[in-house]
Design a protein around this ligand. Structure first.
Ligand code: CS2
Length: 477
């Protein structure tokens, strides 16, 4: 039974796009309906639905994970509607009623419905946010065939997005045969290529050459750069929305005011006219992607463990701490920007905007959120600045400091001597790295994290070891 959201008061404070929901049909499926999707892609589609040509671009939200089913049940009860609160650094606050997720399927419970929806020719686009670690590729972009989740999926289970894409595309190739676009919205470099590589290897491992050929001919995998800082909604946020509007919305999300989506203009079948609602379609996403991943995401990653070691709770505190703010600037100007080299993006101006966004105290973005999943993030966000600087003959000393802080942080997290809880799905990969010289050397040689750097630039090992030693001293280990 669906229970449309109701708002008992202050409705004049809520912005709502002007469209009749019952006129909307679903042309998009989204896999992984987390807070980021709800604060980002769903917002653009919500704007699109208000345009006369937008009506067929409603979203079907799909949950993939059994552990998220309980929350998703609530989402179904709310019929996919929720309030998004955005806050600017100057305090300007906007509440929006987002209604673009017009249909919901809990794929963990009814996977057949996902397959049917994906096979339906009205579905033209499948977007995904399954986190950086959700693609199961190693440092050479090989699918982790020995990973239990992938093994299970190859044997017919449904753990990863590949199992869902496999079954849905298989049915599509046998029924409507309509072309389709798979648009990855996770923070990975060349995310469209990553998704394609993972899926094609999955199909090969399945031994389904026929489907692999169909996918090659009928499916497009554009790259995209997505951006909006979306903190985990706090209990205070939920309470604010519920009380202000006398509503029972339990799935309200919050974010900064900034939003950006740059998409490679490479679609199979119909393309949603998202350029009319602020999306940038470009021939090459690379320059935008590199700037964002290497300055914003790597900036977060390099600063956050130092913020945790200093006992900070919110990320904006780091931008108010003189030493950390200077560290961020030095990392950007000494390592990240030189390593990127020439770019059509004005990197200096971009970095200033990021610093202002990082300083937004109103969103209450937590150190704990940004610390999450370090093992998957370092190779994507931080690695390019390391290699880039070494290739220029420079020592990436600021980047190395960020890595050293992570090392000290996870040692402390392991022994419970730090208050910020570490959510690390790959904790077992960090397990062997003790805090003595042997552990540090092994860590510096971790292939997943640092690829060939220790062999091509052997000075990295000593430089990292030294940085870890001084970080250990600074934070008394
Ligand atoms: C953050 C991102 O957790 C992280 O690594 O850098 O979640 C960041 O907030 C988003 O990419 C902003 O678009």
């Amino acid at each position: 039974m669906t229970n449309r959201l109701t708002f008992g008061q202050n409705t004049n404070q809520i912005q709502c796009q002007a469209y009749v929901r019952s006129d909307v049909t679903s042309g998009v499926m989204h896999l992984g309906v987390g807070a980021f999707h709800r604060a980002h892609q769903a917002v653009y589609f919500d704007r699109l639905l208000a345009l006369p040509e937008g009506k067929k671009w409603g979203i079907t939200g799909v949950n993939l994970r059994p552990q998220d089913s309980a929350q998703f049940a609530r989402f179904i009860e709310q019929d996919g509607e929720y309030i998004l609160k955005t806050m600017a650094a100057d305090g300007a606050t906007v509440y929006q009623h987002i209604r673009s997720l017009v249909k919901q399927i809990d794929g963990a419970k009814t996977p057949d419905q996902v397959d049917q929806q994906m096979a339906d020719s009205a579905t033209q686009l499948v977007t995904s946010t399954v986190t950086e670690g959700g693609y199961y590729l190693d440092e050479t972009r090989q699918l982790m065939l020995d990973h239990p989740a992938i093994k299970g999926d190859l044997a017919g289970q449904r753990h990863t997005l590949y199992a869902f894409l496999y079954a849905g595309l298989k049915l599509r190739s046998q029924t409507s045969q309509a072309k389709i676009t798979l648009l990855c919205c996770d923070n990975l470099r060349h995310n469209g290529d990553v998704l394609k590589a993972g899926l094609m290897q999955f199909l090969n491992a399945k031994g389904d050459q026929e489907l692999a050929q169909w996918v090659n001919e009928n499916v497009a995998f554009p790259c995209s750069m997505v951006d909006r800082i979306t903190p985990k909604p706090s209990p205070e946020h939920v309470q604010d929305v519920q009380q202000r509007f006398a509503t029972d919305d339990e799935l309200t999300v919050m974010g900064e005011d900034f939003i950006q989506w740059v998409v490679e203009d490479n679609f199979a079948g119909a393309k949603p006219p998202l350029e009319q609602v602020g999306v940038q379609f470009v021939d090459q996403v690379d320059p935008y992607e590199e700037a964002k991943i290497r300055i914003l995401n790597a900036g977060h990653t390099n600063v956050v463990y130092q913020a945790a070691l200093k006992g900070m709770t919110y990320f904006d505190e780091a931008m108010r701490d003189e030493a950390l703010r200077q560290y961020f600037r030095d990392f950007v100007h000494q390592d990240a920007i030189p390593a990127i080299g020439n770019s059509i993006v004005n990197l200096e101006a971009y970095a200033d905007i990021i610093e202002r966004r990082f300083s937004n105290a109103n969103i209450g973005d937590t150190v704990e959120r940004i610390c999450t999943d370090g093992y998957a993030k370092f190779p994507i966000f931080v690695y390019p600045s390391l290699t880039g600087c070494y290739q220029l003959g420079q020592t990436p000393s600021k980047t190395i400091e960020g890595i050293a802080a992570w090392f000290v942080y996870f040692q402390k997290a392991r022994t419970g001597s730090i208050s910020t809880h570490y959510h690390e799905p790959n904790l077992e990969s960090l397990q062997p790295y003790s805090d003595d010289e042997e552990g540090i050397q092994a860590f510096a040689n971790d292939r997943f994290l640092w690829g060939d750097i220790p062999r091509q630039h052997p000075q990295f090992i000593a430089q990292l070891s030294q940085a870890i030693r001084s970080m250990q001293q600074k934070y008394s280990m």
